[in-house]
Design a binder for this molecule. Structure first.
Ligand code: FMN
Length: 198
């Protein structure tokens, strides 16, 4: 198969499209982020990369706190809107009919309509170029109880999560296999290892 070589670009796909909430309950803000991911399992650590021109940049730099809220098909319009309007001139919670909810470990609010929120405390900021990378500890996870089965296991496919890939939003609805399926011995259960293999 013939392949073209392009210059370096940000084509790692898909990425999540998350709602990052910041500020506080009195003056909350929320914006959309595609440049995010997990960087460490123990301790649980994440990052968001933010352009210094964003209103949220100053809020997060000042407080050192933010919340990553996973998005769903039901939240898609809000996700798109929060990525084009600025909290400098609009209350985006009101604009998008979403609700700020008190978080457990940070003063930044969570988005009540999100099925799963990660509360984060910044431990380092790395200037990289267009964006600064905010590295953070995940200090608490808030999860919608309707996504838990009778054993307390999380079934995120129930909430129609979204992803972002090359300018388009996608819906994640159907798991096609479980981790370890390729090495699972027939009738002998799953291969031993850490719970989620990471
Ligand atoms: C799908 C999507 C992904 C985005 N990802 C980022 C990102 O990773 N970092 C960033 O600084 N801005 C990102 N943006 C742009 C901000 O969300 C946008 O500039 C927003 O209006 C900033 O809001 P604020 O001024 O209230 O902080 C993204 C927008 C969209 C629609």
């Amino acid at each position: 198969v013939a392949k073209q070589i392009w210059k370096g670009g940000t084509l790692l796909n898909p990425t999540p499209a998350v709602l990052v909430s910041c500020g506080n309950m009195e003056k909350p803000n929320v914006f959309t982020v595609g440049w995010t991911g997990i960087v460490c399992t123990h301790p649980p650590r994440t990052y968001v990369s933010i352009r210094p021109s964003r209103y949220s940049y100053g809020l997060i730099k000042e407080s050192g706190e933010f919340v990553i809220n996973l998005t769903t098909t039901a939240l898609l319009k809000a996700t798109d809107k929060c990525g084009v309007h600025s909290g400098r001139d609009k209350d985006k919670f009101a604009l998008c009919s979403i609700t700020p909810e008190e978080s457990a470990t940070v003063s930044a609010p969570s988005v009540a309509e999100s099925p799963l929120s990660l509360e984060c405390k910044v431990f380092d900021v790395i200037p990289l170029g267009s964006h600064d990378m905010f590295l953070a500890d995940i200090t608490a996870v808030r999860v919608d109880e309707t996504l838990l089965d009778e054993n307390g296991s999380l079934s995120l496919e129930k909430c129609r999560l979204t992803a972002y890939s090359h300018g388009k939003y996608y819906e994640l609805v159907k798991p096609i296999e479980a981790l370890g399926f390729a090495v699972k011995k027939k009738h002998k259960g799953a291969k031993k290892g850490s719970k989620n293999g990471k």
